[in-house]
Design a protein around this ligand. Sequence first.
Ligand code: SF4
Length: 107
Amino acid sequence: MTISELVRTDGTAEVTLGQLHDQAGQVDDDLLPCRANNPELWFAESPADVENAKALCQACPVQALCLDGALERREPWGVWGGQLFLQGVVIPRKRPRGRPRKNQAAA
Ligand code: SF4
């Protein structure tokens, strides 16, 4: 089974990557921020770059479809539909690399 064949357990089709590509294929590449810019920005390590990708997604004509699909597929990583995904869930922001603070309450 490929990712484009995934179907929910209730038998209804989820938004597949194929559908997203079909929708995106009808839109000029210049209007899709993740195609018009360096796509690595959407999988960046730097929190600032991730926030930049999220902001760029806001102008995307397929943003809602992209986000719905990413939620349904439980994307493991990256910015999709203007949100950052990690292990299948949306997280508010990417933490910088390094050890956590000793006193989390002070953060
Ligand atoms: S919403 Fe999806 S398709 Fe649009 S720029 Fe963001 S990641 Fe790319």
